[in-house]
Design a protein around this ligand. Structure first.
Ligand SMILES: [Zn+2]
Length: 155
């Protein structure tokens, strides 16, 4: 994580990292820490203020070889390739009127997209439930998302 996270949402992001790395009654192999050295960062957070109907977006990139240019990954590529850099954009336009815990849930959801999780539309009790179809009710890392982290990132 880098210092690029917007000031208003910095603490929300740091709390969310704790909830992702140390989920209640679950474990996973994820290790994250904050860096102020941009070149060390694997996941950056930015803020925008736009009436575009999105609370937040996530994108990630891979490098086919260590000297390749970064390539933006489409969702299906996340099953095949590992990402090397992710970026999350938080939309102040909508987040400013929501609770801290709901914003943390959105940050968790978007971080899971960087880790390779996809939106689902059939389980309101999953953090990966699309908020476009149901209002977000789950605000913690859920077992399905934790399972993805364990399966994908355990050596
Ligand atoms: Zn999503």
């Amino acid at each position: 994580m880098s210092k690029a996270v917007a000031r208003k949402y910095r603490n929300r992001t740091l709390y969310t990292v704790q909830k992702l790395v140390y989920p209640t009654n679950m474990t996973n192999p994820i290790v994250l820490w904050r860096t102020t050295t941009n070149s060390d960062s694997k996941m950056d957070f930015y803020q925008k203020n736009t009436a575009d109907s999105t609370n937040a977006t996530a994108s990630c990139w891979r490098r086919p070889t260590p000297t390749s240019d970064y390539q933006a990954m489409i969702i299906s590529a996340k099953d095949t390739y590992d990402w090397v850099y992710g970026e999350i954009e938080l939309n102040h336009y909508y987040l400013q009127s929501r609770s801290d815990v709901l914003n943390e849930a959105t940050i968790m959801h978007e971080m899971m997209h960087v880790f390779g999780a996809k939106d689902i539309t059939d389980d309101p009790l999953s953090i990966m439930q699309s908020s476009a179809t149901n209002p977000r009710t789950v605000t913690v890392l859920t077992a399905d998302a934790n399972k993805l982290l364990k399966n994908k990132y355990t050596d």
